[in-house]
Each structure stands twice: as structure tokens, then as C-alpha cells.
Write a protein that binds this ligand. Sequence first.
Ligand code: PEP
Ligand code: MN
Length: 475
Amino acid sequence: MAPDNAWLPSSWRSKPVAQDVKYPDTEKLSKVLNKISSLPPIVTPSEIERLRYQIGLVQRNEAFLLHAGDCAESFDACTHENISAKIGLILSFSLILIWGARLPVVRIGRIAGQYAKPRSSSYEKIGDREVLSFRGDNVNGLDPDDRTPDPERLLRAYFHSTTTLNYLRGLLTSGFASLHHPRDWSLTHVRSASLRREFETIVDGLSDALDFSHTIGVESTASYEKGGGHGTLGEVDFYTSHEGLMLNYEEALTREFPIPSSSSTRTNASKPAPTKAFYNTSAHFIWIGDRTRQLTGAHVEYFRGIRNPIGIKVGPSMADEELVRLLDIVNPDKEYGRVTLITRYGARKIEDHLAGHIFAVQQSGHPVAWICDPMHGNTLASSSGLKTRNFGTIIDELTSCLRIHAACDSRLGGVSLEFTGEFNEEGFSVTECLGGSMELSEDELGLRYQSFCDPRLNFEQSLDVAFLVSNYFKK
Ligand code: PEP
Ligand code: MN
């Protein structure tokens, strides 16, 4: 008989599925899933292992993690402009962190697969109609007449993910991402003169440092030598992620592979190291959302069996002992590089919960990377009804987070942000969050509000956050 904790990519099917999508055409769903199961992996085990190694460095305070991108991607936004703007902003942000904190930055985009959204209600009101809620482009359409879940959209999600990643890989290997040319990353649109000056000072300093390293021949000293890394100061690593919400899609892309021989993150030497593992090949990193993390639910069951590094959203409803039980389930051998906790309490609630969570995890001996998501606990409706976030509140949660970690003898290992580097044809950035150095006011929100999901920080507001974190860690 199979042991109680035996696991297969399909084990989740016997558990209650939070946020389940009911497809009217189940035969079509099976056909689509069979097709996806036969398509090639989107990412590879060696890339996944490399990220595990790098998250291990974050856990040992030797690197900082930046997790960022849109709340949700859409199929229509899969364009050259959007992808390069997003990468440009992630690179600019990480450059500011590297410069201030003098630490390597592990970059994980909410990109190439972030199409599904959890919803608090299955139905929503649009005008005087009640329709099924929009669940993301891989489930149904934003158009109220297109809300029936269509399995074909999962296949479209696969191809949009591969197209995005293909272009991303092209950008990363063709010089766009080179730290030798950071001015290519669209700073032309930043109108705040002081922000531009601050960034340009870093770029100048970095160019000098790179020239010097080149002259004396030590360019590769910043590479992550273990974990298969080959990046140098002039090249960058980049990883993809999404919320692992649609388990049938995740299952179809879960494949068993030999574990690449150089990988070891084990702490329990008494057990023989496994030689094969199930990898989720849809992204390097996937996370469990705050609405789907029930201990006996389908999502936790799925996540416990995959080898990828995973994120867990931790909100105010998580009890201290529940968090430890969750870690015991998804990381029983307490392996380094496996779990990232993404806390998202809200500026007013962080004081009540974070210290207790840190203490419980410290007592349990679980290695985790602590990441602050100052976005999801701080969403509000503006007077015009638009969903927004206040820059000041975002900063409040982030600064409280830094302070509480320091007071608890812990360390914040990174941030998780919803931001966009998009500009319109006239060079204006989106207007979705209030405040920041551009002092965006409530009546300006409607000017260029483009998110169809949560409000995102724009380019300038994001650089403001980068400087804040970078200055905090400045050595
Ligand atoms: C998200 O990250 O977009 C999200 C829905 O987060 P959470 O699960 O923390 O609410
Ligand atoms: Mn969101």
C-alpha cells in the first residue's frame, strides 16, 4: 500500500478546491489539459534549482529578493512595449538596491503566466446585471458577455507565457539588460529632476566600477558560482512567477525529472537525497495566495509535492501555529531555498501580527525568506469608486516591516510589489496609486488608470520605493 503521504501531481483532486472554476464543457477541458501535458516545459529544472540556490542566499542574508510586476497580465498586454517596460523597471529598481545595499538582487517577475485571479465573490454586479466575476484571462473575459469559463483559454495562457518568456530571454541576452547600458531602460520619461539625478549618479558610479573591473579583469567575481550560475556583473538573472491558482493547469505542466547533480539544499543528512523530483515547469517560482492556503485544501496538497521554490502569502487571518503547521507540510525537511513568506497585513495590522509570526517561525527552526508585500493589505476605494492604494500607506507598512524584523532579530529579505513601467504615447505613466514624489492626487487618478485588476505603482513611484529600501540597507 502507498504510504499516507505519497504524492502525485493529481493528489490535490481529492481535496476541497478553494476558488474552483466550474467549466460547463468538461470534455473540452480534458482535451485542452491533455494537449498542455504533451507540450514542452516552459522553464527547466536547472533554472529552478538555480533559483532555489539563490533564495537560499536570501535566507542567509547574502542577497535581496525583488518580486514584482502586474497584479495580473492580460493576453492583449503581451506586447513588445509592455514587456520591455516591465523588465526595464525591474532592472532599474534592482540596480538601485544593488548600489545601496551592496548585495546581489534575485529578480522574480510576476510575468509569463500571471493570468489567474482569486475573487472574493463568484458573481459581480455590472450596471444592473449580475454576472460571473472576471477570474483572469486564462479563465474568462473582462467583457461582461464573455464570463463563461472557457478551457481553451488555458492553452492560450500557455502560449502567451511562452511568447513572453521567449522575448524576455531575448532581451536578457541581447544587451538590453546589460548593466553596461542602464540608460536604455526608459528613464527618459521620469520627470522628477531629483529622481533622475539620483538614478544617474548610480549609473555613473556603476559604469566607472564596471570599467575598472574590466580593466583589472575581475568582472566575474559577482557571479553566483554555485547553483549553476554563470552571470557576471554585466549580465543578469531573471525568473518568472505566478500565483499557482489553477491547479489543473499546474498539474499538466508538472513533470518528473532527475534532480541536476550539483543541487543540494538539504539540511537533514540522515535521509538519502532523492535523485528525481516533480518540477512545476510553468514558472520558476509559484505562490499560494492568501485565499487558498487552507492546511487541508487542494492548493497546499499540490504545493507540498513540487520541487520548485514556493511563496506563501501570509495575511492577518493566519494564526502563529497555523503558519508553522503549513511550513511543516510544505517543507518537512526544512530545506534552504524552498519557502518564501510574503507578508501582506496592511499598514494598520502589521503591528498585531508580524512579530508573532517571526517568533513562531524562529522557534520552529524553519529556514524562510521574509518578503514584504505592502500592496495587498492597503487597497481602498477612492471617492470616485476606483480601486487605489496610497503611497504613504505602502511606505508605512514597508517601514514598519523593516523595523519589526530588526527588533525581532530577523531580517527583511525582499519586497513584493505590483508596479508597471508602462508609459503612454505622450510619455505619461499610469495614475493608479495616490502620492509619491509626483504627489498624485485623487482627482488625477482617472487620467490614466489602466489596470483591470489591482492598482499598480508607476515608474516614478516605484523608484521612490527602491531608494527608500536601498537607503535603509546602505552600508
Ligand atoms: C496578488 O498577489 O495579486 C493577490 C491576490 O494577493 P493575496 O493572495 O495576498 O491577496
Ligand atoms: Mn493583486
